[in-house]
Design a protein around this ligand. Structure first.
Ligand code: ATP
Ligand code: MG
Length: 418
């Protein structure tokens, strides 16, 4: 990708209407566009990050036999009435509208009931189970406050997965496998060591549900950590858990965090409400055991910005950076242009994603943009580097650049971990 062809511009000015650092940086770097509070568009660079996060999640959900699908944003009232969740008193984030003939419809803030409604047509026998389905979908929620940038959207992307099992045992096995899959997701996103499986208020069926909370000053939650025992508890269930887990209040440390995912066991509650059944071996109708598993895709992107950014801008982990290399040509001579173009082609052929800053602007401006955008490596081509038959390479988090030949450069950039 060439910078001269990228339509988005960077900006030095912090947007005045934006308090959240994640949104400030993402807007300034041209990764997102703010439409209104809590509503953001993802421009080419931002979309690349989003797609990479999704791909990591997708691979891990596929690894636990999740089947990907996509549900709809428009929802009929009938689907949500059996569980009382059409009622605005019960669910206070609905956006609702009407068809031309005055039929009331809702815009999906969740797809739990929607998925069950569909699965009723496909699930008959115990032989069909277990089943797990998931999607990446836009959720629309009329959130009261939207001041955390992309960490709390009124329109945001969630990965939501739903599991169906014959009984509690089959459910629990699957639930545990998803818990492990989630840990792999956060590890691969570079926030594993700060992300805690956290006791939270229960699903319908169990005393506690599990949230995945990432330590983050910009987060809206507070969790209590027991570092010795590696236990984390959401403040909303603190007293209950202290008793249950046999730990002491003084041993816990309160930290701010952001909920990047959660997993629920519904038992058979929802299936009973929605009459969702299968036939067991003895030919009897049984209620399906349900689980629900969310990951906030766009929120994760915001959390990663918040956690890793420094005074110069964003810092993306290698495996979700929009590109690996920000290529800077210094000086406008034909020689520099030719060498830069050749390196751009060479890196691209080697499978490395490059943003080539081919613009006729001061080098300082290009360096500042490379830092603001958080690209893992900045590579400079100048008369000087050409003379030495090397390239000047600086990792985003390194203090000093180093000179490398093309082969070593490719090797360094292509390395797996960040
Ligand atoms: P929260 O307590 O933060 O409102 P929630 O309990 O409403 O979250 P769920 O409905 O279970 O969350 O959604 C699953 C995941 O989607 C959450 O763990 C979170 O990562 C993400 N999420 C929820 N609401 C938002 C939002 N408004 N904007 C961005 N991500 C969100
Ligand atoms: Mg919520």
């Amino acid at each position: 990708m060439k910078r001269s062809q990228l339509f988005t511009k960077t900006s030095k000015t912090v947007p005045g209407d934006e308090q959240a650092r994640n949104a400030q940086l993402l807007i300034r770097a041209g990764f997102i566009y703010k439409v209104m509070a809590g509503v953001y568009a993802y421009t080419p660079l931002g979309l690349r990050v989003l797609e990479k996060i999704k791909q990591i999640v997708r691979e891990e959900m596929n690894a636990v036999a999740g089947q990907e699908l996509i549900m709809t944003n428009l929802q009929p009232r009938e689907t949500w009435e059996p569980t009382s969740r059409w009622d605005d008193e019960v669910v206070d984030v609905w956006f609702k509208t009407k068809l031309k003939d005055d039929t009331e419809i809702g815009l999906a803030w969740s797809h739990e009931e929607a998925i069950i409604e569909m699965m009723k047509q496909h699930l008959n026998s115990y032989k069909d189970l277990p089943i797990s389905v998931y999607q990446f979908q836009v959720k629309l929620r009329n959130e009261l406050r939207a001041k955390s940038g992309i960490m709390r959207g009124r329109e945001f992307i969630m990965k939501d997965m739903y599991s169906m099992a014959v009984d509690a045992k089959q459910h629990d096995e699957y639930y545990d496998s998803v818990k492990e899959a989630y840990k792999r997701v956060y590890d691969r996103l570079g926030i594993g060591k700060d992300t805690y499986v956290t006791y939270a208020s229960g699903g319908a069926f169990t005393k506690f549900s599990h949230e995945f909370q990432t330590i983050c000053d910009a987060g809206e939650d507070v969790i209590y950590l027991h570092r010795g025992k590696n236990i984390a508890i959401n403040e909303e269930v603190l007293e209950e858990s202290i008793q249950e887990l046999g730990i002491k209040r003084e041993e816990l440390e309160a930290v701010k965090s952001s909920e990047v995912g959660n997993i629920f066991n519904f038992g058979t509650d929802k299936s009973e409400q929605m009459d969702f059944t299968f036939t067991n071996e003895a030919g009897e109708r049984q209620f399906v055991h349900l689980g629900s598993y969310g990951i906030g895709i766009t929120r994760l992107m915001g959390v990663i910005v918040e956690k890793l950014a420094d005074e110069k801008g964003m810092v993306w982990p290698k495996n979700i950076a929009p590109v690996q290399v920000y290529l800077v040509s210094v000086g406008g001579t034909d020689l520099v242009r030719e060498h830069s173009e050749a390196l751009y082609q060479g890196l691209t052929r080697a499978g490395i994603e490059v943003l080539y800053d081919d613009r006729d602007v001061r080098p300082g401006e290009k360096f500042a943009d490379a830092d603001l955008m958080g690209i893992p490596y900045r590579v400079v081509v100048s008369e000087k580097t050409i003379a030495s038959d090397q390239y000047e390479v600086k990792a985003r988090t390194a203090d000093e650049p180093q000179l490398l030949d093309k082969e070593s450069l490719i090797k360094m950039v292509a390395q797996k971990s960040s």
